[in-house]
Design a protein around this ligand. Structure first.
Ligand code: MLC
Ligand code: AMP
Length: 503
């Protein structure tokens, strides 16, 4: 049995009577509650005709029903496809057209647009869900009162898909990363071994549930190997400070830690009992790591990964947690640094980071050629530039890909430039990321126009197409973009020029 839900169920049953999921001021569910209620929701999905390998796309608010839906989809052997709640209708239309889900579950305020889509997407069922209502919620209540449930877990092969998560790229449209049951089981096992994650742990979960970090690194690990989870709807400083005394582990993007440090209530006393603070998804500045250590006496444990691979490296739980480094590869992961020709470099040299292991995804949905292009034989090319020290620590020193990471969210300039270049009056554009004191990086759009461009109008049009976090926060018009002798836009010059925009 390779269905990852089987691993989750074993842990839920070990904790049958204990509270495994707590929503502050909301639901509290024991291991048996999560097991039995996900079985009821799975029965609903089976009645709706969901079969193994069918995609179920999900754009709902974070809450206990979100967790149940994730579990129910896995239990049915279907493929869980989470979508950022900030995505616009235009973005959602692309994902649904590409992934061809059988069922799309969305929040009620999204349902109207999704229903319009239904005409163009054959066979798509659309239901709504939040923690207290929605058409899927009604079906769940009805099934519950009728005593409907499923005992069995749909068996899956280790290479079968558990999830698809879309990730953008330097060229073209977002690609669906196909993540298998074995990817999830093996990565959770690696993390649990590396971090000594156990039933005694209580996880503070403030991350979104639509990305690898919140869904797999945090939730999946806790459900398979951990004790309980305190689930906050989002990262809210007051809420985080109020639940900190009740938890033992926190995971977050660097912005969470800089926001905590900016608040004087965050001190040694409030986190003295904490076992572990973990950071990832974006570089944790050495200054942040040091300031955190000075304030709390604890060193944040930084790890590294990506959607396609789950987690690859982690600083050690015991041993040196080295600021500026993401630590050695996890047990079962191999890493190497190569030059432009794909030949392995010696220790200390900067090159392209490649990884290998059971955690590496199966490929991009319906894109075998793009998949092949991201592999160097059996090594996955991460697109990150890194060094490997003599003692085996990896440091990410830059990106080989044109990528901005803002508040832990990946933003590919090409996607924004495509939207800007389509606007009347825009001749060309270059989008760059520059330091941002809260988000790590912030977005600047540099434009060349036929006349004077109306930046306000451009921003509004951008917002219609792109999720809010992708909309540039600074707009600049130039006579011409700086180019090198090959005609390539020199983004490094633009980054230098506008470096002070958000600090
Ligand atoms: C929100 N906004 C952002 C943003 N998040 N802008 C830039 N970058 C972000 N990350 C904008 C919104 O569009 C809105 O602006 C305004 O900020 C307020 O929105 P909000 O939702 O209230 O913001 P806030 O709650 O402050 O959210 C910021 C955040 C959140 C940092 C707490 O983005 C977050 O939780 N990020 C974590 C992302 C994550 O999980 N990454 C992991 C990816 S997996 P407007 O103008 O539109 O109204 C991965 C692999 C790995 O990378 O290794 O883990
Ligand atoms: P995503 O595609 O959203 O999964 O983001 C993956 C990317 O986030 C990686 O390729 C890195 O560029 C970046 N990343 C993740 N963790 C770290 C980290 N600890 N330090 C630096 N960059 C990171």
């Amino acid at each position: 049995m390779h269905n990852v839900f089987a691993s989750i169920q074993s842990n839920l049953r070990r904790q049958a009577e204990q509270i495994v999921l707590t929503i502050p001021f909301g639901a509290k569910l024991s291991g048996i509650d999560l097991d039995s209620q996900s079985a009821i929701l799975a029965a609903v999905l089976l009645d709706l005709g969901i079969e193994p390998s069918d995609r179920v796309s999900v754009q709902i608010d974070k809450g206990w029903m979100n967790v149940l839906l994730y579990l129910a989809v896995l239990r049915c052997g279907a493929v869980y496809l989470p979508l950022n709640s900030a995505y616009t209708d235009t973005e959602i239309e692309y994902f649904l057209t590409d992934a061809e889900p059988k069922l799309h579950v969305c929040s009620r305020d999204r349902a109207r647009h999704a229903k319009n889509l239904k005409h163009s997407l054959t066979g798509l069922e659309i239901l709504t869900l939040d923690d207290k209502s929605g058409s899927l919620f009604d079906l769940f209540l009805a099934a519950s009162s009728e005593g409907k449930t499923v005992e069995a877990i749909v068996p899956r092969g280790s290479d079968d898909l558990a999830s698809i998560i879309y990730t953008s790229g330097t060229t073209g449209k977002p690609k669906g990363a196909m993540i298998t049951h074995n990817n999830l089981i093996s990565n959770a096992a690696m993390l649990s071994a590396a971090w000594a994650y156990s039933a005694d742990d209580v996880l503070l979960h403030a991350l979104p549930l639509f990305h690898v970090h919140g869904l797999f690194v945090a939730l999946n690990l806790a459900l398979i190997h951990g004790g309980s989870v305190v689930l906050l709807p989002k990262f809210d400083l007051d809420a985080v400070l109020s639940v900190l005394p009740d938890v033992t582990v926190m995971m977050g993007v660097p912005t969470y830690y800089t926001r905590l440090l900016a608040d004087r209530r965050f001190d040694q006393e409030i986190c003295g009992h904490m076992r572990l603070f973990i950071s990832g998804s974006a570089p944790l500045l050495v200054e942040t790591s040091d300031e955190f250590f000075d304030r709390t006496g604890q060193r944040i444990l930084e790890r590294y990964g990506m959607t396609e691979t789950g987690m690859s490296c982690s600083n050690p739980l015991r041993g040196e947690r080295r600021p500026g480094s993401v630590g050695p590869p996890l047990p079962g992961v191999e890493v190497r640094i190569v030059d432009e020709d794909g030949s392995e470099l010696s220790r200390g040299a900067i090159g392209s980071l490649e990884v290998k292991g059971d955690h590496v995804f199966k490929g991009y949905w319906k894109l075998p050629e793009k998949t092949a292009a991201e592999f160097n034989d059996e090594w996955f090319i991460t697109g990150d530039m890194a060094t490997l020290s003599e003692d085996g620590y990896v440091s990410i020193v830059g990106r080989g890909k044109d990528l901005i990471i803002s508040g832990g969210l990946n933003i590919y300039p090409k996607e924004i430039e495509d939207v800007l270049n389509d606007q009347t009056g825009v001749v060309e554009s270059a989008v760059v990321g520059v330091p941002h004191s809260d988000f790590g990086e912030g977005i600047v759009a540099v434009l060349v126009g036929e006349g004077t461009l109306d930046m306000g109008a451009l921003e509004i049009r951008c917002r219609k197409k792109l999720a809010g976090f992708k909309v540039p926060r600074r707009w600049v018009q130039l006579e011409a973009l700086p180019r090198n002798t090959m005609g390539k836009v020199q983004k490094n010059l633009l980054r230098d020029e506008y470096a002070d925009s958000f600090v």
